[in-house]
Design a binder for this molecule. Sequence first.
Ligand code: EPU
Length: 342
Amino acid sequence: MVIQEKISLSALTTFQLGGSARYFVIVKSIPELKEAVTFSKKESLPFFVLGEGSNTLVPDEGFAGLVIKNEIRGIKMKEKKGEDGKFLIEVGAGENWDSFVALTIFQKLYGLENLSYIPGSVGGAPVQNIGAYGAEVKEVITEVEVFDTKMMKTRLLPAKECKFAYRDSIFKREAGRHLIITKVIFELGKKGRVNIGYKDLRAHFKDRYSSAVLPGEVRDAVVAIRKKKLPDWKVTATAGSFFKNPFVSKAHFEKLKKTYPEMPGFAEEGKIKIPLAFILDKVCNLSKFRNGNVALYESQPLAVVNLGGATFLEVKQFASLIAIKIKEKTGIEAEWEVRVME
Ligand code: EPU
């Protein structure tokens, strides 16, 4: 394990911008992770754990601490005794998310098909509680193994203690700052029923019954839909959805509906979740908005793209401009979905 100095971070994130890490290290095991954390403590420096950098934005001044790139790998699968066809799968945080999803599909397991083709690492999945096409990863996580930097050892966190919510978990909050995800434990089953209720999937499968659709078919459909709608991060610098979809009160939604009768809204957690893409496109007329090197992606305005050479400051200014327009038209405060390395 080598601790390097002044490593540029832009190529390590899909948004491809920002400065350097004062210190940078790749860890491939728990002893290496322990060594890295010990170093940051000894130097009194903060640390930031990076996976595949698909949801992280690096400030132009970089990170004045230690960036730990988590490459802890390994996948172990065991059948649950006495429970027909249920499996517990322990996956190292440094595994690639979609390769792992593909593996579960190959094993004919139900549970992750809707979350196909999401960029990033397995360790990033619980941080964001990644979600797509009517599914959220919290539904299949039983435990998360963390390295507790206060206790300096690993421990298991039951899903309940992870405080999962829409694009949120304890790992994004101050209360979880001392926890580094080392493994994620999933429960998946060989028996099940796919969830094809989400608009785009419904349209894809037309009038087929969900009981007759296999996880592999859902994966293929999700991959095709994502390829059509979202920018390919290997070609276009982006972190996918830039803002979260907002939740508003019923009264607020009804008021908006009067002006915009077409506005979609979904009842969740006692509130109404509105697709911000609709607001950007139909309410603010921003679907092709561009400012310098930053733009909203044409077929999915929720995704902000770096057209090449954008700085963090430019992205921040761009996002502020958009947030102001959203606020003016709807009274909604748009919240960033992407994470800033700080
Ligand atoms: N819409 C428009 N104009 C557009 C695009 C969309 O009006 O140009 C409206 C439509 O009404 C559409 C609705 O927005 O039905 C929702 O669009 P979509 O199904 O593409 O989903 P989203 O709400 O924009 C969320 C996630 C995505 C995830 C998709 C699919 C968030 C922040 N984003 O986007 O996640 O893939 O649902 O389930 O919740 C990501 O997190 O990076 C990400 C891509």
